[in-house]
Each structure stands twice: as structure tokens, then as C-alpha cells.
Design a protein around this ligand. Structure first.
Ligand code: SF4
Ligand code: SF4
Length: 366
């Protein structure tokens, strides 16, 4: 049975949350990992501007300092998004991270955008699973020797909740990887937005993009293999993915991508159950938290960690003013918020493919 360690948010003099977090990761066994001279990717979401529910940089510094003290070479990282926003290419993603307080001054670590300036810098990791054969993972993350995930646990419109698996699987995918998880189809060109810069055809390895006499790009749907590289290449957001994957297959693909990220590497995961907003941190706002702040959990097992986190949220009282309509204990709050989502299928699939196990022992750290 997997062990999941946790701390609550009670503090006193000499025992603030940063000190408690250090205790937590030590008790959970982070020192068992050999960090000596290894590159350590600390995967985190830097927060979309306007959304204030993301993990504070102060917590990241605790993890960075611990890794450095053990001889490791840590950096903070995330990959670019598929949707239009302030994290959809490398430079504005970096600016967002700085704007939200993630700098070497605050965290003692550099920020590296995992899949480069256009979201096209990835490595294919063969996993040969049911839905994903070759996962497209941001190169900086795929090149790392050790993976640590810091995950803000909150609701999500497509996956029910976002925790360790969402941050690992979807978050470490390059734009092509994200396209593969979100879509079972091929992208299209929005002709109104196309500026005829001709960058998209340069990155297409399948000669699927041609240009019309009207000076607009066109994707040949027969030649296109849906790799998503052209989406990252278009600076004008004229190439749109088709968001058509079913909720069930989406969470299963995320589990498979998560396995690709940690495959063959020491890995350690931390869930922050605080400011549990109903929607994802990718939104440019965060509504009233659905439950009171619960605690921080750590484990070597990302499946057990997410299972323990969702169980704790579902067992907690709902916040009166939140968007939860039915304020009952022991009910699936994420299903209430996002009825079509299938979060449990992701955890079941994660267990099936050997990413972790759903049974856990919860151990409180003082
Ligand atoms: S990269 Fe974008 S703007 Fe440029 S030609 Fe292709 S679709 Fe049009
Ligand atoms: S998705 Fe890939 S194969 Fe299809 S047009 Fe874009 S770059 Fe070419």
C-alpha cells in the first residue's frame, strides 16, 4: 500500500508552513533519492495572470533548497499551453512566471520553459500503451534525471480535478503532446486570423500545409497526422486544435503521459490542497474555494496522492459561499461541479498501467 504523508495548516511560532513543508518532504523520504549532480525538473504551474490560486513561490523555494542541499541541480519548469493565453509560448510564459513571483530571487532556481519558445521542443518517449504510443514531452523535462511535481489541487472543467496526474501528464506534454491528449482529430486553420507568414508549412514533416490563392494556409486533412507542431509555430493563433476527445479517454491519456514523464526516473510528488478553486489555474480568475484549506500531501506515488487528495476534499465540508450547490459531506464535489468529467477513470487507468496504486496509508506529520 502506498504511503501518503500530510500536514495541515495549523502553525505556531517556530513552526510555520515553510518549516512544516520541509518536515513533510523529509518524513516522506525525499532524501532517499540520490540527487548528487543530477538535473532535477520541478514541475509547477506558474499561474495564469489574474488567477491567484496558484502555489506561492515561497513553497517552491523550500523544495529547491532541499534539492540543492542534497547536491541536485533544480530548476522550475512548465510547458506551453495549447490555448490562447499568457503561457502559450516561451517568452510570455517566462514573463508570466516572473510576474507571478517565480524568479531566482524568490525561489533560488531558474525557470526553464520545458518545450522551448514555440512549444515545439520535445522528445518522443515510447510507451506503447493503449492510447499513446509515443508521448511528446518537453525536452527540458525529458532530459532531466529526476522529476518532482508540485501540484495545486483544484477543480477542472475537463478532468474533474487537477492534481499530480494532470500536472505531470498534461503539463509536461509539448503543444503536440497536449494536442494528442485533447484531440482525436487534426487542427484547422482559421482563415480570418491567418496572416500568410508561411511559418506553419516549415514545421510540418508531412507536407500537409499548402497556401491558397487567397494567401491563407490550408491543412490537407488526409496528409495531416495530427502532430500539432503547426499550432506552436503559428504566432497569430490561426491554427486551432479540435478539442474533441471524450472526458474518459482524456484522463486515460493523461495517465499514460504521466507514466512517460516519470518512466525510469526517481520521482516525488506534492499536492497542495489549498485555495481549491472550482476551475483550473489556467483560467484568468479563481472563484471562492469550494472547501476550507486542508493541507499539503507528499508521496512517491502520484496515483495514491491524487486519490488521497480527492478523498480528503470530498470528506470536507463545502464552503457556504462557493459554487457548490449541494452542501453535503462525503459526496463527489468535483462531479457536482463538472458533471461530465470522469476523474476516477484516470486513477483506475493509472493503476492499471503501473503508474501507482489507489490504496494508500495516510500518515500525518506534525
Ligand atoms: S503560421 Fe499561422 S499565420 Fe502564418 S501562414 Fe500559417 S496559419 Fe497563417
Ligand atoms: S498537425 Fe502536424 S501533420 Fe498536421 S498540419 Fe500540423 S504540423 Fe502538419
Amino acid at each position: 500500500m502506498a504511503k501518503v504523508y500530510y500536514i495541515d495548516f495549523h502553525t505556531k511560532s517556530g513552526k510555520n508552513m515553510l518549516q512544516k513543508l520541509k518536515n513533510l518532504i523529509e518524513e516522506a523520504g525525499i532524501e532517499k533519492i540520490n540527487f548528487e549532480k543530477r538535473h532535477v525538473a520541478i514541475k509547477i504551474h506558474f499561474g495564469e495572470p489574474g488567477n491567484l490560486a496558484y502555489i506561492r513561490p515561497n513553497y517552491a523555494k523550500v523544495i529547491v533548497d532541499k534539492v540543492r542541499s542534497l547536491g541536485g541541480k533544480p530548476f522550475l519548469t512548465d510547458c506551453n499551453t495549447l490555448y490562447v493565453g499568457r503561457r502559450n509560448e516561451g517568452l510570455n510564459h517566462l514573463e508570466t512566471a516572473y510576474e507571478n513571483g517565480f524568479s531566482p530571487f524568490s525561489t533560488n532556481a531558474h525557470v526553464i520553459i520545458g518545450d522551448g519558445i514555440k512549444g515545439t521542443d520535445d522528445i518522443e518517449i515510447p510507451i506503447n500503451l493503449e492510447y499513446v504510443k509515443n508521448a511528446k514531452i518537453g525536452r527540458a523535462i525529458a532530459d532531466s534525471d529526476i522529476i518532482i511535481s508540485m501540484n495545486h489541487f483544484k477543480g477542472h472543467e475537463s478532468t474533474g480535478f487537477g492534481g499530480a496526474l494532470k500536472n505531470l501528464g498534461m503539463g509536461c506534454g509539448s503543444r503536440a503532446g497536449k494536442m494528442e491528449m485533447h484531440s482525436s482529430g487534426k487542427p484547422r486553420v482559421n482563415e480570418v486570423m491567418c496572416r500568410f507568414c508561411k511559418k506553419c508549412a516549415e514545421v510540418c514533416a508531412h507536407q500537409a500545409i499548402t497556401y491558397l490563392a487567397t494567401n491563407k494556409a490550408k491543412i490537407n486533412q488526409d496528409l495531416c497526422v495530427g502532430c500539432g507542431r503547426c499550432i506552436g509555430a503559428c504566432a497569430f493563433n490561426a491554427i486551432k486544435p479540435i478539442w474533441n476527445e471524450s472526458e474518459e479517454i482524456l484522463v486515460k491519456k493523461i495517465a499514460e503521459y504521466s507514466l512517460a514523464v516519470v518512466k525510469g526516473k526517481p520521482n516525488f510528488h506534492i499536492n497542495f490542497i489549498m485555495d481549491v478553486s472550482p476551475d483550473c489555474d489556467c483560467a484568468s480568475y479563481n472563484d471562492v474555494a469550494i472547501v476550507p484549506n486542508i493541507g499539503i500531501l507528499a508521496s512517491f506515488d502520484p496515483v495514491a496522492l491524487d486519490q488521497a487528495s480527492v478523498d480528503m476534499v470530498n470528506a470536507a465540508p463545502a464552503v457556504e459561499e462557493s459554487s457548490l450547490k449541494q452542501k453535503k459531506y462525503h459526496q463527489d464535489k468535483f462531479k457536482m461541479l463538472h458533471p461530465d468529467t470522469k476523474w476516477e477513470e484516470g486513477l483506475i487507468h493509472g493503476e492499471k498501467i503501473g503508474l501507482g496504486e489507489r490504496k494508500y496509508e495516510l500518515i500525518k506529520v506534525k
